[in-house]
Write a protein that binds this ligand. Structure first.
Ligand SMILES: *Cc1c(COP(=O)(O)O)cnc(C)c1O
Length: 338
């Protein structure tokens, strides 16, 4: 048994998903002639109550396009210091958009309207213009923490008042929605743009969708082409996304339950210093000095279990579509035997 808990991106398409891909009707999407891509974009937009969608190769691209669309050269955006857009997108905020980031130390990666208000620059010649706020839900670095809807609504209200745009890095927004019990359309109402990953917990092999108003998506489409993300017969990939939206959302609760069980096991072990509270499918924990992270990873690798180093003495495990109850049993067993 090979168990890969490094990320929820490691899933392979199921047979049924592959069959949907195989029979997709395709065309040249740069000419807007791929009906399956259009179907995915429309479907995702409608789910969130947004006007339009844009299918892109990755979540990095959807985020970076959104930042470029919402800002001008020399502007400042506000995000949490742990944000994916700042830490894991290769410095793209600066290199793609010529924008700088104002980082906030949020609470488990989450910002509040009050925190943001204090960081909006006044209108002086010598200050960068604040134009955009970016939230992440669930927050990857914080162990998959979930925003409360009211907290987001307060931020939205502030952004409207201050004429700021509000973008959501919703790589795992469906994990948040399943966990928090708010609806997809309630989330859709809060943001000017949303990036949704299809290749994380939803189990598609490739792709993210960017959602927003018609004018925003028109601009985003042009930027996607400039970034090199205009794809041709992309319907084969889009059909996997459609299949994922139809079949893989409700089951995310199984991933959450399995993550919770890993948390419970970890809490009973003497080499664990701390486990971040598990809310969704991400388990982040700190080791005592009994093991270095490299030793810990190596020990588990001997039993064919892969996990990632996620900082100083810190490990991350992510449950997903290809992580079964049998694998959960084996993982618990091996963790207990260390
Ligand atoms: C995975 C991820 C993304 C996008 O990553 P890609 O690998 O480029 O698709 C964006 N934000 C968060 C929080 C993520 O976890």
């Amino acid at each position: 048994m090979y168990i890969d808990l490094r990320s929820d991106t490691v899933t392979k398409p199921t047979k049924a998903m592959l069959e949907a891909m195989y029979s997709a009707k395709v065309g040249d999407d740069v000419f807007e002639e791929d009906e399956t891509v259009i179907q995915l974009e429309t479907k995702a937009a409608q789910l969130f109550g947004m006007e339009a969608g844009l299918f892109c190769p990755s979540g990095t691209m959807t985020n970076q396009i959104a930042i470029r669309c919402h800002t001008q050269l020399g502007d400042e955006l506000i995000c949490d210091e742990t944000a994916h857009i700042y830490n894991y997108e290769g410095g793209g905020i600066a290199s793609n958009s010529g924008v700088q980031a104002r980082l906030i130390k949020g609470d488990r990666g989450q910002l509040t309207a009050t925190m943001i208000k204090d960081c909006i620059n006044a209108d002086y010649d010598w200050l960068a213009k604040t134009t955009l706020v970016c939230l992440e839900n669930t927050v990857n670095k914080a162990g998959g923490s979930v925003y409360a809807l009211q907290q987001i609504a307060d931020i939205k209200q502030l952004c409207e008042k201050e004429h700021l745009k509000l973008h959501l890095d919703g790589a795992r927004i469906f994990n948040a929605i399943i966990q928090a019990n708010y609806s997809v359309s309630e989330i859709g109402k809060q943001f000017h743009s949303i990036s949704v990953c299809l290749s994380k917990g939803l189990g598609a092999p490739v792709g993210s969708v960017l959602l927003g108003a018609n004018t925003f998506i028109k601009k985003a489409r042009k930027i996607r082409k400039v970034f090199g993300g205009g794809m041709r017969q992309a319907g084969y990939l889009a059909s996997a996304g459609i299949y994922a939206l139809d079949n893989h959302i409700a089951r995310l609760k199984d991933d959450h339950e399995r993550a919770k069980q890993i948390e419970n096991t970890l809490l009973s072990l003497n080499y664990i210093e701390q486990v971040l509270p598990v809310e969704t499918n991400i388990v982040v924990f700190k080791l005592t000095d009994k093991y270095t992270t490299d030793e810990f990873v190596e020990q588990l690798a001997k039993h064919h279990i892969k996990v990632s180093v996620f900082g100083k003495q810190t490990i991350r495990m992510v449950t997903h579509l290809d992580f079964t109850d049998d694998m959960l049993g084996e993982t618990k067993k091996q963790l207990q035997s260390l």
